[in-house]
Design a protein around this ligand. Structure first.
Ligand SMILES: [Zn+2]
Length: 187
């Protein structure tokens, strides 16, 4: 099956490295008040495919302003975690993509195995729509995000998934203004 990479440790390490570099930028900017940012990770218990995950997935990278009286939270965008949800972005993207390629019975089995509620999948359809709106020609909303994955330029499914996760990661946090620009040939 096409989700064999879900058990590929390198894939998760790559996602972690992307998160680390985004966090590095946020940390270097510092706080609006002029304070220095200290690491203050959020503990997370990602659900699904536990065996493939190492200890890096036990927390979401985040910072706290060290200035007394401010102590503002700064949580960088993440390609691994969607919002406050513990579900890994990759699983939600994949399951939603598989909506169109899997029989209903197999899809339900996969969702059960990975323990992701349907409501979560539906919530994330809104995000595909936002990302799809940036493409020319526009992508038919009924074919999201499968069509979105096809439009990206990576040679393998895992490469395209990484690109898609990077595209949607600005919506995973409210305190980040990060914007990722895509390949002009594909946008
Ligand atoms: Zn501050």
């Amino acid at each position: 099956m096409c989700h064999a990479f879900l058990t590929d440790t390198n894939f998760y390490q790559l996602l972690f490295q992307i998160d680390e570099s985004i966090a590095e930028e946020v940390g270097a900017r510092g706080c609006k008040c002029g304070g220095v940012l200290h690491s203050a990770r959020y503990p997370r218990k990602p659900r699904g495919i536990r065996s493939a995950l190492d200890s890096n997935y036990g927390s979401r990278l985040s910072f706290c302003c060290s200035q007394d009286g401010c102590r503002r939270r700064h949580t960088p965008a993440s390609v691994r975690f969607l919002g406050r949800k513990v579900y890994l972005g990759v699983i939600v993207v994949l399951l939603t993509a598989l909506n169109h390629g899997l029989s209903e019975a197999r899809r339900r089995r996969l969702i059960e195995e990975l323990d992701v509620p349907l409501q979560t999948l539906w919530r994330w359809r809104r995000c595909w729509r936002a990302v799809a709106g940036q493409f020319i020609p526009p992508i038919d909303a009924d074919t999201l995000p499968g069509a979105l994955l096809e439009r990206l330029s990576g040679s393998s499914l895992s490469e395209r998934l990484v690109q898609l996760l990077v595209l949607i990661c600005p919506v995973t946090t409210s305190s980040s203004s990060l914007r990722v620009s895509g390949n002009p040939q594909n946008m």
